[in-house]
Structures are given as C-alpha cells and as structure tokens.
Design a protein around this ligand. Structure first.
Ligand code: BYC
Ligand code: FE
Ligand code: FE
Length: 474
C-alpha cells in the first residue's frame, strides 16, 4: 500500500532513508514552483474529479475524488519487487537483475533516465493553455488528469536520480525543472517536446501519437536489467493507457461529429464543412501527418550504436522482450532499414543490434495502424468515401536516414522545391491552425454540454453521467 501520511506518498519506505527523504523534500518546493509557473494556467482554485493511486495493485486505481491540482499527492510508486528477476537480454543475460547501478553503466543509464524524465514536464508545458478552451467539463477533467500524471512521471524519474546517482542525480533533477519546452536557450531534449500544442485537435493527436511513444519506450525500459527502473516503468505504464485513451477517443469524437454534419447536410467540400463549424477531414489528415512524423523521430536514428550498447549491456530491451523467441543477444541477426539513394528509397539489412530503434519504431507503427483503422470505421459507417492514411515513414523526418530528404506522404523522393510547393497540402497551414483555433475560443463549462465540433463520449468517467460536475469552479 501507499503511505499517504508522508509528505511524499510512496511505497518505497522512503522514511527509512532520511538523507534521501530530505533531498526529495528539498526538491519538492521547486517542483511546485515549476507547476505554478508552467503548469495548467489559472487552475489553482479549481476542484477536479481526479483519480489518485492508492496502491500499485491492479485495483489500486479505485480512488476518485475532488482535488485542487497543486494539492495532488504526487508520489513515488514502484511495482513490487520480484526477488528472482534476472537480466533477460544482452551479454549479462541470466545474471540477477541489478538493484544498484553498475559503475561502468552509470552515465548511459543516467542519460536514459534524464531523457525519459525530460519529456514528462515538457508535455505539461506544451498543454498549459488548453484549459482555457476546453470543449466540455469531461475533457477539461481528462486533460488535468493527464497533466498531474505526467507530473508524477517526472517524480518517478527524479526519485531514481536522487536515490541512485548521488550529486550528479540531484543536479540533473534540478535541470529537469529548468529546461522549458520551446525555449530557444534551454529547450527540452527531444524534438517533439519543443513543438507547440496549440489547440485540442493537436492535444488529442499528441496523446494518441506521442504518449504512445511513451508507452513503447516505457515498455523497452520496463525490460531493463536495472530493476528499480523496470519496476518504476511498469507502474507508469498503467497510467499511460488512459492518456492514449483520451487521444484515441478525442480524435474519434471529432471525426464522428464532422461525419454527422457531413451526412445530415449532405456536404463534402471542406469549406462547406467548415461553414458548419466542424473540422474537415482533410485538416484532420494534415494534423495526423504532423504528429505521426514528429513522433517517429522520437525513436532516434535507424542505425544507432547507442541503441546497440543499451541492449548489449542490459539497460534497454525490445518491446515485449521476454515474449520474443530468439537468443536475446542478436549476435548474428539482421533487420531491414530504409535508405534514400538518389531518388529512390531502398531497404537494406543491417545488424539487428544496431537497428533496435527502427525495430521499436516498427512495433509502434503496427499499433498506430490499428488505431487508424478504428477511426476509419467511424467514417465508413457514416457512408463517407474518405479514409485517413498514414504518410510514408520517410515523410517530414528530421532524425535518421530520411533526415535531409524531401519525401511525399506517398513515398516519392522530391526536390526541396517540389516538396515546399505542396507542404500545406500535407501539413496544417497557418490558416488551418487559425480556423481550428477559431472554433476553440472559450471553455464550455456547463455540465453535460459539448462544443459543436466534437461528439460527446460514449460514457463518463468512473461510471458518472456525462452531465456530472467533473470540475468545480469556486
Ligand atoms: N530529438 O543514436 P541516436 C514520453 C539525439 S515519450 C532530438 O539516434 P539513441 C511522453 C540523441 O539523443 C518517451 N534529439 O539515438 C510522451 C543523440 O544525441 P547525442 C520518452 C534526438 O540515443 C508524451 C543523437 O540524436 N522516452 O514518455 O539511440 C507525454 C543520436 O542518437 C532525437 C525515451 O525517449 C529527437 N527526436 O535514441 C509525456 C526513452 N532522437 O548523443 C511523456 C529514453 C535522437 O548526439 N531515451 N536524438 O547528444 C532513449 O532511449 C533514447 O535517448 C532515444 C534516442 C530513443 C530518444
Ligand atoms: Fe508520461
Ligand atoms: Fe503520458
């Protein structure tokens, strides 16, 4: 069980290690300052119907109640330890999982934890304005739930830094509160986390596409031979599921509403659709192209010696490592990666060890395709002859073998000039953004009401009705 009488709720017996506890209590006010400064705007007085973890057991999520967000009980929760857990891949395969950091892996491990930790506050910063334009109380509650949990994910990584990395770890924990999404001088580490999330369509795309990178990276880290990291990530994954649910159903409800209007009014021209105050499917496709491509970049280079080293040394596994039936060493295996040669995209085999980023990206794409099929079913059942597509893997990439090339969504290799000419067929233009934002001028705060551009969800949160007071304004 989680001890909520402590200043920092935890299930790691924090009270037994006074030095660590004091260090974290010292970091805590800095964290709250960060939340007030860069967290959701003007929300400190709101009471939000949030879930709080009461234990790390599967039923431990049952606790729902009104909370003022700055009083949310952010804490440190690890999945219980499996005493006989071993390292399951790489050259140390079969040895007992580490409970302390092996000296020679210290800097690589710190780097992974810092990179993971950096994304969590970044996403909160990206979303801080969105409460001002929420389409319903239900959606407002959901974005705040996501925000407080991303805050907790930061706590999860900061605990590891403080507990296992001494002074360097404490310095990194401070720096996590200092970098800012999109800041020219001190940006967040990874590209997608410095992009703006200017409206709710972008938010839902982000939680569908980018939070799912979170899922796949956390799954790879949940395989880690460093047991405290694995146990931390396992618990984080239980929270991630809700974030992706918010994204998939959010985009799905926007599609559904657009299709209802198109069908009722028998229109399909995007400008007629916009005249009805809903988001045309073409604009949804352009948002999708953006969020998909910037998220593909988050997996790193197709061929990466970092990734090979992380795997060989037992720090970071593959998606569902222990379910894969091979040697878990990858000494002779190969894996295909793409390359641009002249004006052609070709596939070539490289040592599988060096292609682990690409492999995780492919696992991710597979899951994305399933989500896209569910969105397309909504359009199909409205009888509308339009389908959303995933652009080619090389479209709009900044990292890896496609970086520096100009690839169309159909996978043609173009000149920069030819690509630029068509950029706004494929990615949202300033006008598209302005239109979407024009729909989202103020929050809808009446219980049970939804903005015109989005359908209501099928059911409420925690079996509450749709007209439940999910957020109280005092
Ligand atoms: N942007 O060998 P390479 C989440 C850098 S999301 C900028 O290709 P590697 C969440 C790279 O750092 C999950 N830079 O890459 C979601 C390296 O830099 P140095 C986040 C990038 O190391 C929503 C250089 O390029 N977790 O949780 O194999 C809301 C060449 O490196 C990018 C993790 O990512 C980029 N996109 O793999 C809230 C897990 N990509 O050495 C939360 C931890 C690469 O030249 N991170 N670079 O300075 C990792 O495992 C790895 O760092 C990466 C990169 C997979 C990200
Ligand atoms: Fe997270
Ligand atoms: Fe998330």
């Amino acid at each position: 069980m989680i001890d909520y009488t402590e200043r920092i709720p935890n299930n790691v017996d924090l009270g037994r290690d006074r030095v660590l506890q004091r260090a974290l209590e010292h970091w805590q006010p800095g964290y709250l300052n960060w939340w007030y400064e860069t967290g959701p705007r003007d929300t400190s007085a709101l009471e939000v119907y949030l879930r709080t973890a009461t234990s790390v057991e599967p039923d431990g999520w049952a606790q729902f109640g009104y909370v003022r967000m700055p009083e949310y009980r952010w804490g440190i929760f690890l999945q219980p330890r499996d005493e006989i857990r071993a390292i399951n891949f790489g050259v140390r395969k079969g040895q007992p999982a580490w409970q302390e950091v092996p000296g020679e892996l210290r800097s690589a491990l710190r780097r992974i934890i810092v990179t993971q930790g950096d994304t969590e506050p970044a996403s909160v910063e990206q979303q801080k304005m969105l409460g001002m334009s929420s389409p319903s109380l239900y959606d407002l509650r959901n974005i705040f739930q996501v925000n407080v949990e991303e805050g907790r994910h930061l706590w999860a990584m900061v605990y590891l830094l403080h507990r296992y990395f001494g002074r360097d770890g404490r310095e990194e924990a401070e720096a996590l509160l200092e970098r800012r999404s999109g800041d020219a001088d001190n940006p967040r580490i990874l590209g997608a986390f410095n992009e703006p999330t200017p409206d709710w369509l972008a938010f839902f795309m982000f939680t569908f596409f980018t939070d799912r990178d979170g899922k796949f990276q956390l799954c790879a880290l949940a395989e880690s031979g460093f047991d405290p990291l694995a146990r931390t990530c396992r618990f984080m994954l239980t929270e991630e599921a809700h974030h992706m649910f918010v994204g998939e159903t959010g985009v799905g409800r926007i599609i559904q509403r657009t299709c209802e209007v198109m069908k009722e009014d028998k229109i399909d021209d995007p400008s007629d659709v916009r005249a009805m105050g809903v988001i045309d499917l073409q604009t949804i496709q352009r948002y999708l192209n953006f969020h998909y491509s910037v998220t593909l970049d988050l997996y790193g280079s197709d061929v990466s010696s970092n990734a090979a080293n992380y795997y060989t040394s037992g720090l970071k596994g593959r998606y569902e490592e222990t379910k894969i039936g091979d040697d878990h060493l990858l000494s002779d295996a190969e894996y295909p990666v793409s390359e641009v040669i002249g004006n052609k995209i070709v596939s070539k085999n490289v040592p599988a060890l060096t292609a682990l980023n690409e492999r995780l990206r492919d696992d991710y794409i597979h899951e994305i395709e399933a989500g896209l099929r569910r969105w397309n079913r909504i359009i199909e059942s409205a009888g509308i002859p339009f389908r959303l597509d995933l652009p080619h893997k090389g479209f709009h990439r900044q990292i890896g073998n496609f970086a520096g090339h100009y690839i169309s969504p159909q996978g043609e290799v173009l000149s920069q000039e030819a690509w630029k000419k068509r950029e706004f067929e494929w990615l949202a233009s300033p006008q598209d953004h302005a239109y979407v934002q024009s729909l989202m001028s103020g929050p809808v705060v009446e219980p049970g009401k939804f903005a015109n551009w989005i359908a209501p969800p099928r059911r409420g949160i925690n079996n509450q009705p749709l007209n439940f007071q999910y957020v109280r304004f005092n």
